[in-house]
Design a protein around this ligand. Structure first.
Ligand SMILES: C[S@@+](CC[C@H](N)C(=O)[O-])C[C@H]1O[C@@H](n2cnc3c(N)ncnc32)[C@H](O)[C@@H]1O
Length: 247
């Protein structure tokens, strides 16, 4: 199965249609896929997850359509083979938790707050015969959610980062980070992570290209004594950031 398109990690539409023939109904006469259609985006991303990463993922129809390639590139910026890791907010796909276990041989604990997403995540973990330890969050982030005394090499998250609810695309829990720039969730995570990281451990956050948000989080991390590295990468037409805070 081809994993490369135009010299980059990707999957040609024609190959995706071979995996899910029902994608064919979203193609125009020139063979272009209607990415504005949610069902089409889900099917295409399921095909990518399967063809490139060997993962069988069921997406919740009302959840964020997590794209596998951006998540994989993010993990590559900080993850090493065999590490003990914690993901906060794995979502309905459990995509990054599954990648960390299957592609990086990590021992993975992952949390999720939303009941329905938790059940989907559980089913995705089972469907892929994975051992990810899935933990239901009670509204906390790390403290009172993960056992006290547990220590991780890495704690990572694609955190909610909007300052207020957005229209349409994301559920409130997926979207709202709170604070002036959407930084509150990430800042709380960084604060709590200090007690759950091994020495030399790190926090990695998947963030959008928003300067004020990145600044607010970086400043908070530095105040806590972390040293911060910001790795900017491009996926399709969008820029993303992997903000890595070293304890
Ligand atoms: C932006 S989404 C990211 C989902 C997925 N990890 C991804 O990469 O697409 C954030 C996720 O965090 C969950 N969440 C929000 N608050 C949480 C909390 N306190 N503990 C655990 N999960 C939480 C949301 O329900 C949502 O699934």
């Amino acid at each position: 199965m081809p994993a490369w398109k135009d010299g980059k990690l990707g999957l040609p539409i024609g190959e995706a249609v071979k995996i899910f023939p029902e994608l064919g109904k979203y193609l125009d006469e020139r063979g272009k896929l209607d990415f504005s259609n949610r069902e089409a985006r889900i099917l295409y991303n399921r095909a990518v997850a399967r063809a490139l990463f060997g993962l069988d993922i069921e997406y919740n129809p009302r959840g964020l359509v997590t794209p596998p390639i951006s998540r994989y590139i993010f993990l590559k910026t900080f993850l090493r083979e065999g590490e003990k890791v914690l993901e906060i907010g794995t979502g309905h796909t459990a995509m990054m938790a599954l990648m960390a276990e299957k592609l990086f041989s990590c021992r993975v604990t992952a949390t999720e707050l939303d009941n329905e997403f938790f059940e989907y995540a559980k089913a995705n973990i089972k469907r892929n015969n994975a051992k990810v330890n899935l933990v239901k969050s009670n509204g906390g982030i790390i403290k009172n959610v993960v056992s006290e005394g547990e220590r991780f090499d890495v704690i990572f998250s694609a955190p909610p980062y909007y300052e207020r609810p957005t229209k349409g695309v994301l559920t409130e829990r997926e979207g709202v980070g709170g604070g002036k720039y959407g930084e509150s969730f990430s800042n709380r995570l960084l604060t709590e992570a200090l007690d759950y990281l091994k020495s030399g451990g790190r926090v990695a956050l998947f963030l959008p290209d928003k300067e004020a948000l990145l600044q607010a989080i970086s400043k908070h991390a530095e105040k806590l004594g972390y040293s911060v590295k910001d790795i900017k990468f491009r996926v399709g037409t969008r820029w993303r950031h992997s903000l890595i805070a070293l304890k």
